[in-house]
Ligand binder design. Structure first.
Ligand SMILES: [Zn+2]
Ligand SMILES: [Zn+2]
Ligand SMILES: [Zn+2]
Ligand SMILES: [Zn+2]
Ligand SMILES: [Zn+2]
Length: 167
C-alpha cells in the first residue's frame, strides 16, 4: 500500500468507526425501549389485578405519627390554652402609680383602687390565654402526612403497575 492510500484507508476507517458507534448507540436505546414496551404489554395481557393495591398501583398506609391527620398541639399539650404570655401567668402587674403599695399615705391609689395591682389586660386576670398555635383546638395538622392521616406509597407488590403476573 502506498502512503497516500494508507492515509485514506485510515481516514475512512475512522469514519466507519464513528458512524457505527452512533448507530450502535441508537440501536441500543431503541432496543431498551422495545424491551420496556414488551414487558408492559406482557403484564397487561397475562397479568391479573394486583390484590395488594386492587389495581391502583398505590397503597395508603396509616400515618403512625397521628390520629386521622391530627396531632396533639405541642404548645398547649392538647389543653387548648397556655399561660398568658403578657403577664407570664401572674394575672396582674404591680401598680406603677403607687409602686404596689395601694395607698399614698391615707389616700387610696386611684389607679389600682388600693390593691397595689393592675389586672392583666390580655387575660383579664385569668392567667391563661387561648393557644395561638392550634387556634385553641388542642390539635394541629400532622406534618408527617400533611394532615391526611395516611401516606401514599407505590405498591411494592406490582411496583406501581397495578398488575401482577398470573403465575
Ligand atoms: Zn399493587
Ligand atoms: Zn396603685
Ligand atoms: Zn395575663
Ligand atoms: Zn395548642
Ligand atoms: Zn400524620
Amino acid at each position: 500500500m502506498k502512503p497516500k492510500a494508507l492515509k485514506l484507508f485510515i481516514f475512512s476507517a475512522a469514519i466507519v468507526c464513528l458512524t457505527s458507534f452512533t448507530v450502535n448507540r441508537q440501536t441500543a436505546s431503541t432496543a431498551k425501549n422495545a424491551v420496556l414496551t414488551e414487558n408492559h404489554t406482557h403484564s397487561t395481557l397475562h397479568g391479573r389485578e394486583c390484590p395488594n393495591c386492587k389495581g391502583n398501583g398505590r397503597i395508603q398506609i396509616d400515618c403512625s405519627f397521628c390520629d386521622n391527620g391530627n396531632r396533639e398541639c405541642q404548645l398547649c399539650y392538647g389543653k387548648c390554652e397556655i399561660r398568658c404570655t403578657y403577664c407570664q401567668g401572674g394575672g396582674s402587674f404591680r401598680c406603677n402609680s403607687c409602686a404596689g403599695r395601694g395607698y399614698f399615705g391615707e389616700e387610696e391609689c386611684s389607679n389600682c383602687k388600693g390593691s397595689g395591682e393592675i389586672q392583666c389586660e390580655s387575660c383579664k386576670g385569668t392567667k391563661i390565654t387561648p393557644c395561638p398555635s392550634c387556634g385553641a383546638s388542642g390539635l394541629v395538622a400532622c406534618l408527617s402526612c400533611g394532615g391526611k392521616g395516611y401516606t401514599d406509597w407505590k405498591c411494592p407488590e406490582c411496583d406501581g403497575s397495578g398488575v401482577v403476573d398470573d403465575d
